[in-house]
Write a new protein. Sequence first.
Length: 168
Amino acid sequence: CTEIVLQVRDYRRIGSELRDGKLRNIHTYSYFDADGCFRITPNVVGWIRPYHGNEPVLVSVNSHGIRGPELREGRARRIAFVGDSITFGGVPEQDTFVRLVETKLGSDPDLSDEPWECLNMGTTDAGVVEYHRKVRHHALELNPEVIVVCFYLNDSRPPQGFLGEAGR
């Protein structure tokens, strides 16, 4: 009951901040670093358009510039998921497939000797070139045991699209 009350209160705050223009779309916080790696500004909160429904989804980015909670202190087995907007997810944090994998790994008694930490390193308009940069200049510095590249059907197109696309 308390959680529902807090979620409703938080949702009302988000709604008023959206109307007042204080809360921006999370993708306006993106930039290219010196290595050409597309990143999201660390420690920001913004909204994204949801996959389902009309209400915006609140997104938090941690101090490493990736969606989700802060990285765990101490030892954790890390899996970095590098991908596009499908990896980033147009759903609440707990419903992203990255968080669902982390929950499943944590509940498996055969795998729970050390905690698992799954890193959501998805960004918008990403393809194979961006994935290479993201792995080389961002994911590897976080020392994951595994890197999963989440390739989707449209990832071979350039970020700006193909000529002739969208009437160009």
